[in-house]
Design a protein around this ligand. Sequence first.
Ligand code: PLP
Length: 361
Amino acid sequence: MIEYENLGKVNEKLFTKYQEKFDEILKSGWYILGKNVSGFEKDFAAFCTTDYCIGLASGLDALVLAIDALDFPENSEIIVPSNTYIATILAILRNGFKPVLVEPDISTYNINPAKIEAKITANTKAILPVHLYGKSCDMDPIMAIAKKYQLEVIEDCAQAHGALYKGRKIGSFGIGCFSFYPTKNLGALGDAGAITTNSKDFADKIFSLRNYGSSKKYYNDRIGYNSRLDEIQAGLLSVKLEVLEDITNHKRALAACYHANLDDRFIKPVVDQDYFDVYHIYNIRHQKRDELRAYLLKNEIKTEIHYPLAPHKQKAMAGILEGDYPISEEIHETTLSLPISYFHTEEDIMQVITALNKYKG
Ligand SMILES: *Cc1c(COP(=O)(O)O)cnc(C)c1O
């Protein structure tokens, strides 16, 4: 059986280092906001080429706190892709603002910059691009539109740690919001997230917001949260960050294997020299996706679907997200995520490719 994912196997090489780090933190007696959190923040900011990183409790919290800290007025609108994971939309709704959906480009699956301007109103305050599956959005036109209309840019980087756009790291264009959910390319052993920014003022607001809106103990300046990154998760993340480049290179090699050998009747991710993709997910598209998935399972190959139902079709969004998003729906109906984990070998991937190329459908 070729598994889709197995986090035990992903982390196997790190077991000894994790154990040592854990013992060190256990014995230190210091479990919240200590040197492991500040150390990871420093390392991850350097990795993202930003001045600051603020460790948080989750990726959703990174998005929620980023939007909160921007102090937008009531009735603000935020532009967001229609085919994102629900967390991106929830972060806007949790702040009481309106998500305005923009269709993706059918070849990159990322927000189509050519469709953004038509959705801008006097209430628009920000664009929230999502670097889906590990590919950066087309940032030049997005940054140009943001500048023209004086909009903030909040990047959902949850799936794209280390991805580049024209040589520049994602998370360094606007305010970067990261998730370290265990399956993400840089995954913790529990929930964790972070924000990256070049603004000291903004970083200070997030440092305060994550800790009850307080920068001086027992004095509260803002309506805050408890969204602190744990010392243990931070310590383990620093260990993992050391191998992130290796993880990325491994996934890129497996993606190249699919790209070179998989039949063109399966729609593969686009490869473009302006983009350095990190392949959190390697998806193909096929008109009879569900049959294809069943065929692969019969051939002992597990796959996933990211995602089966578009946000505007979710029960929770009834009466909230309106309109038709046919490109999004097309993607949700035809996309299939193939195995591409750190523990997979090229032989595993060739086995998936052989099965797919033999498929008569
Ligand atoms: C994983 C993910 C999130 C949420 O991250 P959590 O750490 O699970 O809260 C947000 N946006 C996208 C695109 C994601 O993939």
